[in-house]
Design a protein around this ligand. Structure first.
Ligand code: EPZ
Length: 436
C-alpha cells in the first residue's frame, strides 16, 4: 500500500541534515541539456520528480548515472526534441524544458505539464517569454510545438512574477543571439542558483535575485558542475515538525538567508531559534501564539510551499489563526483531512481560519499533493494515537527521506514495505535531556 503509519504525541528531539533542493535541482537539470557533454549535480535529491526529469533527459538521448548523490548527465547525443505527455503530465517542471530544447535544437514539442493540483497553473507567461525570443509556438489540444531558427535576445516584461516563467526565459536566452532583459522576474533563491549554475557553464548573466535579469547570449556552454543547495522548503517542514510536537531540533545545513520570512513567523507563534556553528537550532517548546493573519507572498515573503505545513502547526495552537493564500487559488487541500483529525479549519476561497487547540486525534487521512501531504505527517506526529497517511507517493515527489529523518528525531513512523508488513523505522528514544 502507498501509505505510512505514525504514532503521535511525542516531542521531536535531535539533529537532522536537509536534502538537496528539488526546486533548484530541476531547472539545473534542464539547463544541463544546453551543453553537448557531461554535467554533474552534486548532492542531488533522490526524489520522484528528479527521477522523472532524469527519465525525460534519457528520452531525449542523454545518458545519466548516479555516484551516491551526485547525478551525472551526458547530453552529448541528447538531440531528441519530443517529450511525450506520459512524462510531462507527471510534473510541472517539465515545461521549462521547452526553453532548453529551443536553445539547444531550435525546436521542441511536449505535452502540457502536470503537477500538484493546487490551482489552474497556466503557462501563458512561459509561452510569452519564448515568443518574445522569436519562437513560433502552436498550442495544440494535447501538445505544444515550438520552432525557431535561433532564439533572438529581446526585452521580456512579465505581467506577474512566476518562478517557472523566469527560469524559462533564462534557459531560452543564454544561447540566444544578442542580449535579453527580463523584467519583473521572480526572486526566489532557485533563480539565483540556476543562474550561478549557468554562469559556471559560461553563460553571461547579471541581476539574478532582483527584478531585472540581463543576459548576453553566448555561442556555446561548457559542462555544469555544482553542489545542489539545501532545500529551504524541506528545512521549513522539519522546523514545523519541531513546532507541532513542541520539540527541539537542529538542522546541520540550513539554507542560509533563505528562510527569513518563515523564521519571523516561527518566532511570532512562540518558536525560538539560533544559529550555532553553522547549525540552526530550533526550540518549539514555547509555541503557543495563534497568528491573526498570515499572507503567502512571492519571495522574499512567506513561501506558499510552507503554507500547508504551517497550517498543521496552527491547528495545535489554541485560538484563531488566519491564513490567506495569495499565490495559488486552490492550496488548502490538506484542511479537510486535518479536520478529520480534529482540527477546526474553515476555508472560504483564498482564506482559511484555523480554530486551534482541541487535541488532534489519529485516523486514516489521504494526501492529494506534495506539501499538503507533508502537513498531514506533521499533524500525525502531534496527534494522540495512530494515523495512517495514504498517498505517500505524493510526498515522495519532494521529500527524499522524510520518514527516516523524522524517525531519527524520535518520531514513531512505520512505512509500508510493500509486503503488507510495516518496516518500523523508529530509531532511538530521544528525550529533552539527550538533546544536544
Ligand atoms: C514553482 O512553481 C515551484 N515549483 C512551486 O513549488 C512553488 O509553489 C511556486 O514556484 C511558487 O513559489 C518548482 O519550482 C518546480 P509560479 P511554478 O509560476 O513555477 C501563475 C512545490 O511544492 N502563473 O511562480 O509553477 C501561477 O498559476 C511546488 O515544490 C501564471 O499565471 O509557480 C501561480 O498562481 C508547488 N502563468 C503564480 O503564477 C504562468 O505562465 C505563481 O506560479 C505561470 C504561472
Amino acid at each position: 500500500m502507498d501509505e505510512i503509519r505514525i504514532a503521535g504525541g511525542k516531542p521531536l528531539y535531535g539533529t537532522v541534515s536537509v536534502q538537496g533542493s528539488k526546486n533548484a535541482a530541476l531547472p539545473m537539470m534542464a539547463a544541463s541539456l544546453l551543453h553537448r557533454g557531461v554535467s554533474v549535480l552534486k548532492g542531488c535529491p533522490k526524489i520522484a520528480d528528479v527521477f522523472c526529469m532524469e527519465e525525460i533527459l534519457r528520452e531525449l538521448g542523454a545518458v545519466t548515472w548516479w555516484e551516491d548523490h551526485d547525478l551525472y548527465m551526458d547530453c552529448t547525443y541528447a538531440d531528441g526534441t519530443e517529450i511525450p505527455c506520459a512524462f510531462t503530465g507527471k510534473m510541472r517542471s517539465s515545461v521549462i524544458l521547452l526553453g532548453a530544447l529551443l536553445g539547444r535544437s531550435g525546436m521542441g514539442c511536449l505535452g502540457y505539464p502536470g503537477g500538484c493540483v493546487i490551482g489552474q497553473r497556466p503557462i501563458d507567461l512561459h509561452l510569452y517569454a519564448l515568443r518574445k525570443l522569436g519562437a513560433v509556438i502552436e498550442e495544440g489540444p494535447f501538445l505544444i510545438s515550438a520552432m525557431c531558427g535561433r532564439l533572438l535576445g529581446n526585452e521580456i516584461c512579465f505581467a506577474n512574477k512566476s518562478v517557472g516563467a523566469t527560469e524559462q526565459g533564462i534557459l531560452g536566452a543564454v544561447l540566444a543571439k544578442g542580449e535579453t532583459c527580463l523584467k519583473n522576474c521572480a526572486r526566489e533563491p532557485e533563480i539565483k542558483w540556476l543562474c550561478r549554475y549557468l554562469r559556471g557553464m559560461g553563460a553571461e548573466i547579471q541581476g539574478d535575485g532582483g527584478d531585472c535579469i540581463y543576459i548576453k547570449g553566448v555561442e556555446e556552454l561548457k559542462g555544469g558542475d555544482m553542489q545542489v543547495p539545501a532545500d529551504r522548503i524541506v528545512a521549513g517542514t522539519y522546523l514545523c515538525a519541531c513546532a507541532a510536537t513542541r520539540g527541539k531540533v537542529a538542522l546541520t545545513n540550513p539554507p542560509e538567508g533563505e528562510l527569513d520570512a518563515f523564521l519571523e513567523v516561527y518566532r511570532k507563534i512562540g518558536g525560538q531559534y539560533k544559529v550555532k556553528s553553522g547549525k540552526l537550532v530550533a526550540d518549539g517548546s514555547g509555541v503557543r501564539h495563534a497568528l491573526p493573519l498570515l499572507e503567502t507572498e512571492v519571495y522574499p515573503g512567506f513561501p506558499t510551499d510552507l503554507q500547508s505545513p504551517l497550517m498543521a502547526v496552527l491547528a495545535t495552537i489554541p485560538g484563531e489563526s488566519h491564513i490567506r493564500e495569495m499565490i495559488f487559488e486552490d492550496r488548502f487541500k490538506a484542511a479537510a483531512e486535518l479536520n478529520r483529525m480534529g482540527a477546526g479549519i474553515t476555508v472560504t476561497g483564498r482564506d482559511a481560519w484555523i480554530q486551534g487547540g482541541s487535541p488532534l486525534h489519529g485516523c486514516t487521512v489521504y494526501a492529494e499533493e506534495l506539501r499538503g501531504g507533508a502537513a498531514l505527517i506533521l499533524a500525525a506526529l502531534a496527534a494522540e494515537g495512530e494515523t495512517t497517511v495514504r498517498g505517500y507517493s505524493y510526498i515522495c515527489r519532494g521529500y527524499e527521506h522524510i520518514c527516516e529523518d523524522l524517525a531519527a528525531l524520535g518520531g514513531v513512523i512505520m512505512k509500508d514495505t510493500g509486503t503488507d508488513l510495516y518496516e518500523n523505522i523508529h530509531f532511538s528514544e530521544k528525550t529533552a535531556d539527550q538533546y544536544q
